[in-house]
Design a protein. Structure first.
Length: 149
């Protein structure tokens, strides 16, 4: 399962993989990262970018396919911290070839949006959300202690 927390709201999605996509704030081109959700970790399986420049040069191991430079970092991390800005379009959250604005799942926060692999369901009333696998359970951060960092 994937847990998300932002602006005092938590959501839990019963998914095994997802892709985050965004527009680079300087180059204005699409960047995508595909993750696998494992017990206690997120694994960055593939990164893709539609160009290069301004700190986004693809590594020498990348290959050009379908207009994207692609590479497989296979990087494992305990969490992702996303900074969201009113000056750039929101992240796209994609599963099963469908993408939705991340704000449809959790609102932007003044600080960061946190994503992590979780093994227990956060309790709370179900909320209708985009078709991202299962409907998330969403609750206020005050309803339950914060997840471990």
């Amino acid at each position: 399962m994937l847990c998300l927390a932002s602006g005092g709201v938590k959501a839990v999605l019963a998914i095994a993989s997802f892709t985050l996509a965004w527009q680079h704030s300087v180059e204005k081109i699409r960047w995508e990262e595909s993750y696998r959700v494992e017990a206690g970790a997120l694994v960055l399986e593939e990164a893709r970018v539609q160009g290069s420049g301004a700190g986004m040069e693809p590594p020498l191991t990348s290959s050009l396919k379908d207009g994207f430079w692609r590479w497989q970092p296979q990087q494992t991390m305990s969490e992702l911290l996303l900074t969201r800005s009113e000056f750039t379009p929101d992240y796209q959250f994609c599963t099963r070839d469908q993408c939705h604005a991340l704000t449809e799942i959790v609102p932007p926060a003044a600080t960061v949006t946190r994503l992590w692999a979780c093994d227990k369901k956060v309790t709370g009333p179900p909320v209708t959300a985009p078709n991202v696998g299962a409907q998330p359970d969403i609750q206020s951060a005050n309803d339950q202690p914060s997840a471990p960092r």
